[in-house]
Design a protein around this ligand. Structure first.
Ligand SMILES: Cc1ncc(COP(=O)(O)O)c(C=O)c1O
Length: 397
């Protein structure tokens, strides 16, 4: 893969016709090192955020394990990491997937949120005696930007009975939860841990693994969360007071926080209609969250500097014929944007390429490595989100 100093350098020298990812492996490595050195337990990467082999290679090299949601993700993780720890953390799986994961891929940790799933895991593994069974408990997503509260997780009234049944079948009993993606306060985790502890106490079981899931935030314009260290400190302090087995292990499953900074997207303007720019990627490509969730990602124009230049807020439109292929923004860019200009859209290493479809014949992305810093970072010198980086969606001047 070719290397460039920056997206601007890439735009200038190659003038790519289609959308191009600017990969920053150094950013993924930095994020992985932060987690392995600051989180007081096992870090599992949520493969769904970005299953690209280069990303999995880096995380394996940095000693991170993998949280997989499907058998395809499990195969992918095992192919790049023959010795890595893999947890199958989707609470609903097919028997075939459980069996293959256990028998062929060496997976021993499984999530569940019902008695039915517990029976399935026991049956598909022939009543194995080396299982880590993690009961997913429903917790609030109120402090997160993306809810993960309504689909999975045993309700408070069901959790104790499920914990007791799982304890009977588990070599190691775990509890897991997800506070929702892009949790904007460490209180999301402490509140969840309060709820989990109540369930454990009512069940009267020993717990060997406490998995706090994903949800660790990445910096986006208008969504600057407290430093990641505050999250880890809050989790660690609450964990130390938890009524769990003395040798209980702490796990986390970040996706976004490990991957977001590791890629940006270089797009080209194909039409301008006032403050609307039609670009060559969109909601059905790598910009799902920009449209469906109305997230404003950092954006900068790859134009020569002609100061002073006025900056205005644009909305962006993707290449498909669908009305939903629209991103309200506003994305702040120079007022003289025109056809053929390039824009770099940052923080798309997580849930960017991973979400792209082939709708309308679009969805192909070229990939290049760039060596400059991500547009925003949670891993600056001070460890504070945004340290040393732009804090808002802005034009490159
Ligand atoms: C079980 C599980 N773990 C981890 C993650 C990763 O979450 P995030 O990217 O918010 O860190 C998800 C996201 O959907 C998930 O469902």
């Amino acid at each position: 893969m070719d290397n460039y100093q920056s997206a601007a350098h890439l735009a200038e020298s190659l003038r790519p016709v289609g959308p191009a990812f600017c990969l920053r492996p150094h950013a993924a490595r930095g994020a992985a090192r932060w987690f392995t050195s600051h989180f007081p337990g096992k870090t599992l990467y949520a493969v769904k955020a970005n299953p690209a082999p280069w990303m999995l290679d880096i995380l394996r090299d940095e000693g991170v394990g993998f949280d997989v949601a499907s058998i395809a993700e499990a195969r992918r993780a095992r192919a790049v990491a023959p010795d890595a720890f893999i947890g199958f953390m989707h609470p609903v799986k097919s028997r075939e997937a459980i069996r293959e994961a256990y028998v062929s891929l060496g997976v021993r940790a499984f999530a569940l949120d019902s008695l039915e799933e517990l029976a399935k895991i026991v049956e598909a593994t022939d009543d194995a005696d080396d299982l880590t069974l993690c009961v997913r408990i429903a917790v609030s997503s109120d402090l997160a930007k993306i809810s993960l509260a309504s689909k999975f997780g045993a309700a408070p009234e069901e959790a104790p009975a499920l914990l007791r049944q799982a304890r009977l079948k588990a070599a190691r009993l775990g509890v897991c939860f997800h506070v929702g993606s892009q949790a904007m306060s460490p209180a999301a985790f402490t509140a969840a841990l309060d709820r989990v502890e109540r369930a454990i106490v009512v069940a009267g079981v020993f717990v060997d693994v406490l998995d706090v899931g994903g949800g660790f935030p990445a910096p986006y314009p208008g969504m600057m969360a407290p430093p990641l260290q505050d999250y880890v400190d809050a989790i660690e302090a609450r964990f130390e007071r938890m009524l769990v087995a003395e040798n209980c292990e702490l796990w986390c499953e970040p996706g976004r926080a490990l991957a977001a900074e590791a890629a940006s997207l270089l797009v080209r303007v194909e039409a301008r209609k006032g403050d609307r720019l039609h670009i060559n990627d969109g909601v059905y490509g790598a910009l799902f969250d920009a449209g469906a969730l109305n997230w404003t990602f950092p954006a900068r124009a790859m134009k020569a500097i002609e100061a002073p230049r006025e900056v205005i807020g644009y909305s962006l439109y993707g290449p498909t014929c669908d009305d939903y292929d629209a991103m309200a923004g506003p994305f702040y860019l120079p007022s003289d944007m025109s056809v053929g200009d390039y824009i770099e859209i940052g923080m798309l290493g997580a849930y960017g390429a991973a979400m792209a479809t082939r709708f309308n014949g679009f969805g192909e992305h070229q990939e290049f490595v760039v060596t400059d810093a991500p547009m925003l970072s949670a891993y600056g010198a001070t460890g504070r989100p945004g340290a040393g980086a732009a804090h808002r969606n802005e034009a490159m001047t």
